[in-house]
Design a protein. Structure first.
Lengths: 326, 547, 327
């Protein structure tokens, strides 16, 4: 098992290198790089002197391989470079954008879990009933409704027409306000975006919980517990759920890239200053160091997530490790 | 007796109440309200900007927000006055030599940088050299005609031009940066660019990325302390939210989208709280027709393209009048504009006739035009995120398809579009130019690649070249006007671009600021001294407290 | 809902969407379905049909301005399409009208009829979604087959490649591919979307191939002298067909959503093509958006995605022996 894990860990590195290399090459193919570096405004043709200067400053006339290796070695020394738009180091830029995205995704997941787990548990115990079937259908309908359309509609209803929730951003209070008020304001701003991001996974998570729970319920040892007289509800919650938890957690690991990708639209609609919006912005403005930093970060998170998923899965089922070691 | 007393008291009370509701209470439009007491100092002006400026490097930065910060934190030698005449800033006075080839600036003395160091001609020279240095990536177009710049003493700067040019003073409207802070180390990566130091009326306080930039009044400003305490630039990416923020009082300024203009203008409640301004933005939307393609090398085809688009209708009905149709690059308010040359009308019939004349005949079956077997099909490039482009592209496409011409629209992001424009790798492209108050159109139409740096279509007319160059060296305004009249006639005839329109800026500002007004130079923030003369009566001030 | 019900309802919705997509030029067009001009009967709305269409048009059909003819009241129009507007027919005097009798779903910023744009959005969405899914399937199956049936090193390399591509956030990858293309257009969009979808298929098919390789019938066939490609095509692929179809159905819905998302951001189908995403983008730009610009495209997207999802779920559940049938 240890060997399996080690192998999986080691395989992360070449994948990471591969991802960054592919991104590097893809970015090379994007036209308009010099224009963006020169300020990106339409003020006439740049002089050849200015173009030369740009090429020199950003080593654009060196071969791709050398530039990539240069970047890779800098990253190995924890130096992600500087943004070409404002010269600030990339690390802090990513950090500042990662926090809102993390908050958003965490809130979305929590909201989804808070609804789907109890729902899944109760449905597992009431399989086939009318309530369960209509509920399933309702969740399916929810799943099919595109989240950015829902975002626009909810914004319309709650923010513009009813004025109950804020329209956009992470907070509207002036910097001098007390921290508790600012926290509350932040949560208020978080509500709609997290809801829109999370509701789509309700259907899947509920069914997943229910399926795992059903499987767990059927296990032998629960029969014994039931023989001891432990009640149905307690059984469901304490014993079966604990075993279904591991597959649920592995699911979290796999959801990471999907959530990061889904964030772009939601973050744009709600002006949420997260990684998704940063990705779109730096791609459109040819801010290569930031794009490369972002790709590395999301790749790490994704690979880390799937590694965690594999690890937990192997923990739950040792046969997996043996099988993969061929 | 008691009755009469009561009535007298009542009348007295009324009189007192009436006196209290003086003109100071209700903020009206800019010119209407007179201050009720001595001009007070204090209060903040909070304005929204779309995004963080990339950098606060006043030499090489090119975006509009950073420009605005630069005008407050730093000074230039001269600046634009409300009547478009140059006003002295760091230069107390200047004079030209008899042959107008030498311009001498006499700098103000006792000007200090925000860190206390004295200002001198060394700073001017340093800034000038930095602009010319390609490593700074600054735009140095207007400085091309200068032969050399010298500083005979600490407070004199002498500029020698190669040729006398009417734009001599315009070239010196750039902000001056501190030599003693920026000459050490690498200029481009200096930390000063994140916390700039200038000589201007406001000093830099802080920059909280993604949230706001704060400036505060410079007590020791050479022309007198500004009356406002602070200027806060708050970053609000969406125009819709900017308007909301104005309404909730979080900010003091917002642009008004065309759809809202009529309603807000008629809303008395809104007008009581806010003052509104409308003024031309010095910007021109255009469509470039690449003259190197078989389609657009023919002047008749280009004219037909302009005739196929209902610019007037679009502005009136879609854009709610927030623009002025353009005949050429000359704005109706600019010097030299020829009112006898109106923009081409919307005339699809005439467009059709011109296309027939040019040899692009309609196929009797499906109506599409072709010439010698080549169908009339082309691509218009636009960049993403701009609704004006999408709408005009849609209208043009529909209009042209009724006339047998197939136009496809391609969306690129802005750097990619610029790239293709500059490499002339396009058939038609949508873009826009920033204009200067001086109408000199050399960069747009001159055939020389250096002089005509914005001449993307490859327009080349020898008569136009000659006239444009001549106008630059003509100092007699009447003669210059005549030359420009001829230039406009040529451009009108040739339609190298379809000049779309000059957008109008419409903004609303909190009514408590007195002294804000539009001028010939543009909006309330544009002319110098502009914001330096704003003030808020103390009873209306929102943000109090120590500086 | 039972799997059977899911499947049938899903198929109904999907077929409806397909029908609207195919009949769009007849459902919403500015040219009439039938008219009498210069004495003869003609069918100008049908002129877009390939091959036959030409002959059905009115004389000088290409130069006729039908909106103007319709307004003048004359012109011999016999039968108009249900929505007598094309997706591009602008009317600068009727901008941002709410739903009314003349415009059932209102108009947009250029006075274009929203119902017409919605209807013409079906062929766009389904074509992009369908083609992208088809390409993704082709690529996924070939990569999966190569990985599963090839040697150990090929499998390793391709598996790493699949992991690699799967690591990219889909929207960003699609945007980057569209931006990098030298000549952007519809095909580039289709290819970009396909490039983000193929990894799931590849992973699954590789698993299938590996699983089936160990089975008895494969051993027998190989003993009889069957080569690997033959095995793949004749035996493995048909057996893996059901789950692949399920994946395909899911893929179509996510491809449609991806296209709508990209059009919303401005880098999808080139304007003024009526993509539902671009209608939504237009709505969002207003300070107080026109609700009809948000509601109707959302419903169209919803219906399409629901149809595909129901088909996928229904088919999967009805062919999966492990799911116990209820009722």
């Amino acid at each position: 098992m240890g060997g399996y894990l080690l192998r999986r860990l080691l395989s992360v590195l070449p994948t990471l290198l591969g991802i960054t290399l592919v991104t590097f090459l893809l970015l090379e193919a994007l036209p308009g790089r010099e224009m963006a570096l020169l300020g990106g405004e339409d003020r006439g043709l740049p002089s050849s002197g200015a173009l030369e200067e740009i090429r020199r400053a950003y080593h654009l006339d060196e071969p791709i391989g050398r530039r990539y290796l240069g970047w890779a070695f800098r990253v190995a020394r924890w130096d992600l470079g500087e943004s070409v738009l404002d010269g600030r180091p990339v690390g802090p830029i990513l950090f500042r954008a990662a926090l809102p995205t993390l908050a958003l995704n965490l809130a979305a997941l929590l909201m989804a879990f808070a609804v789907s787990v109890p729902l899944g548990v109760s449905w597992a115990r009431r399989r086939g009933t009318r309530g369960e079937r209509t509920g399933s259908t309702a969740l399916l309908l929810l799943y099919a409704f595109p989240n950015f359309a829902a975002a626009l509609l909810l914004q319309q209803v709650f923010a513009v027409r009813l004025g109950l929730l804020p329209l956009q951003g992470t907070g509207g209070l002036l910097p001098g306000a007390p921290p508790l008020a600012r926290a509350g304001d932040f949560l208020l701003h978080l509500l709609l975006p997290a809801l829109c991001l999370g509701y789509g996974s309700l259907a899947y998570l509920t069914r997943f919980t229910r399926a795992n729970l059903l499987e767990a319920i059927g296990r032998e040892y629960l029969l014994a517990a039931r023989a001891r007289g432990v009640g149905e509800a307690v059984l469901a919650w304490k014993h079966a759920f604990r075993n279904a938890a591991i597959p649920l957690l592995t699911l979290v690991g796999l959801l990471v890239p999907a959530l990061l990708g889904g964030s772009v639209l939601i973050e744009t609609i709600f002006s949420w200053p997260g990684l998704g919006r940063l990705y779109f912005y730096s791609l459109s403005n040819r801010d290569y160091p930031v794009v490369l930093g972002l790709t590395t970060l999301t790749a790490l998170l994704t690979l880390g997530g799937s590694l965690l998923a594999d690890f937990l899965y192997a923990l739950a089922d040792p046969r997996v490790a043996a099988q993969e070691g061929r | 007796m008691a009755n009469r007393l009561a009535r007298a008291c009542f009348l007295l009370l009324l009189a007192i109440a009436g006196a209290g509701c003086g003109p100071g209470k209700a903020p009206g439009r800019s010119s209407a309200a007179a201050p009720s007491g001595p001009p007070d100092s204090g209060d903040w002006f909070v304005l929204p900007i779309d995004s963080d400026p990339a950098t606060l490097n006043f030499v090489s930065g090119t975006d509009a927000w950073q420009d605005l910060v630069a005008r407050f934190v730093a000074d230039s030698l001269v600046d634009e006055g409300g009547d478009l005449q140059p006003v002295p800033r760091l230069a107390a006075s200047w004079d030209f030599s008899a042959d107008r080839k030498v311009l001498t600036f006499h700098l103000r003395r006792s000007v200090r940088w925000h860190d206390g160091a004295p200002f001198s001609s060394r700073d001017v020279l340093f800034t000038y050299r930095k602009i010319l240095d390609p490593a700074s990536r600054a735009r140095a177009d207007l400085l091309q005609d200068i032969r050399e710049v010298t500083a005979p003493d600490d407070f004199t700067v002498r500029v020698a031009y190669r040729e006398p040019t009417v734009l001599a003073l315009d070239a010196w409207k750039f902000p001056i940066v501190a030599e003693h802070l920026l000459s050490k180390g690498d200029f481009m990566s200096s930390p000063v660019h994140l916390a700039p130091v200038g000589t201007g009326p406001f000093r830099f306080v802080s920059w909280d990325r993604g949230r706001e930039i704060v400036l505060e009044a410079n007590r020791d400003y050479v022309l007198g302390r500004p009356r406002l305490d602070r200027i806060v630039f708050r970053i609000i990416p969406s125009r819709a939210t900017q308007l909301q923020s104005l309404l909730t009082g979080e900010t003091d300024w917002s642009s008004i989208p065309p759809e809202e203009w009529e309603t807000l203008r008629a809303d008395t409640g809104f007008r009581r709280r806010f003052q509104i301004f409308e003024y031309p933005a010095l910007y021109l939307y255009y469509i470039a027709w690449n003259a190197r393609t078989p389609f657009f090398s023919d002047v008749r085809v280009r004219n037909a393209m302009t005739l196929s688009l209902d610019r007037e209708g679009y502005l009136r009905k879609i854009y709610r009048g927030a623009g002025v149709v353009a005949a050429t690059t000359f704005h109706p308010r600019q010097f030299g504009y020829d009112p006898s040359l109106p923009p081409l009308p919307f005339d699809p019939g005439r467009a059709s006739a011109l296309l027939d004349e040019a040899g692009w005949l309609r196929d009797p079956g499906d109506g599409s035009r072709s010439r010698e077997g080549k169908p009339f099909r082309f691509e218009l490039l636009i960049f993403q995120g701009n609704p004006v482009q999408e709408q005009i592209a849609a209208l043009l496409q529909e209009g042209l398809s009724r006339n047998g011409v197939k136009m496809e629209v391609r969306v690129l992001d802005f750097p990619a579009l610029l790239d293709r424009l500059h490499r002339h790798d396009y058939e038609a492209a949508f873009s826009g130019w920033y204009l200067t108050p001086d109408p000199d159109p050399v960069p747009f139409f001159h055939s020389d690649p250096v002089l005509g740096s914005s001449n993307y279509v490859g327009y080349s007319d020898p008569e136009a070249d000659r006239l444009l160059a001549e106008a630059r060296h003509t100092f007699d305004p009447e003669v210059r006007r005549t030359i420009y009249r001829r230039v406009q006639a040529i451009l009108h005839r040739d339609q190298p671009y379809t000049f779309l329109f000059f957008p109008l800026q419409r903004i609303a500002m909190d009514g408590r600021f007195r002294g804000a007004r539009t001028t010939a130079a543009g909006g309330p923030l544009r002319a110098f001294p502009g914001i330096l003369e704003w003030h808020v009566p103390s009873e209306e001030q929102k943000h109090r407290g120590a500086l | 809902m039972t799997p059977r019900q899911s499947l049938s309802r899903g198929l109904f919705l999907s077929c409806l969407a397909l029908l609207v997509a195919l009949l769009a030029p007849l459902l919403a067009a500015e040219a009439p379905l039938a008219a009498r001009r210069e004495g003869s009967l003609c069918f100008p709305a049908l002129r877009s049909i390939p091959l036959l269409g030409r002959g059905l048009d009115c004389p000088a059909g290409a130069t006729l301005d039908w909106p103007r003819i319709r307004k003048s009241g004359r012109g011999g129009i016999l039968l108009d399409p249900p929505v007598p507007f094309g997706p591009g027919t602008s009317d600068l005097d009727s901008v941002f009208m709410p739903p009314s009798r003349s415009h059932w779903m209102g108009t947009d910023s250029l006075g274009r009829d929203v119902a017409a744009r919605l209807i013409h959005g079906f062929p766009v969405a389904l074509m992009v979604g369908g083609l992208a899914t088809l390409l993704a399937l082709l690529l996924g199956i070939s990569m999966g087959a190569a990985a599963g049936a090839g040697g150990k090193w090929l499998d390793l390399a391709l598996s790493r490649l699949i992991d690699l591509v799967a690591c990219f956030p889909t929207l960003v990858l699609a945007l980057a591919l569209v931006a990098a293309a030298p000549r952007p257009g519809l095909w580039v969009l289709v290819l970009s979307i396909a490039a983000t979808r193929w990894t799931g298929v590849a992973r699954f098919f590789r698993g299938e191939v590996l699983r089936q390789r160990g089975m008895a019938y494969c051993e027998a066939a190989r003993a009889a002298g069957a080569g690997r490609p033959y095995l793949l095509a004749r035996h493995i692929l048909p057996n893996a067909l059901s789950p692949i179809l399920v994946t395909a159905a899911f893929s179509v819905s996510s491809a449609v959503l991806l296209e709508a998302g990209m059009s919303f951001l401005g880098l999808g189908v080139p304007p003024p093509a009526p993509s539902w995403g671009s209608i939504l983008a237009e709505a969002q730009r207003q300070v107080v958006p026109a609700w009809w610009l948000i509601l109707f495209p959302s419903l169209a997207l919803f219906a399409t995605v629901l149809g595909c999802t129901l088909v996928a779920e229904g088919y999967r559940d009805s062919t999966d022996p492990r799911i116990t049938r209820v009722g």
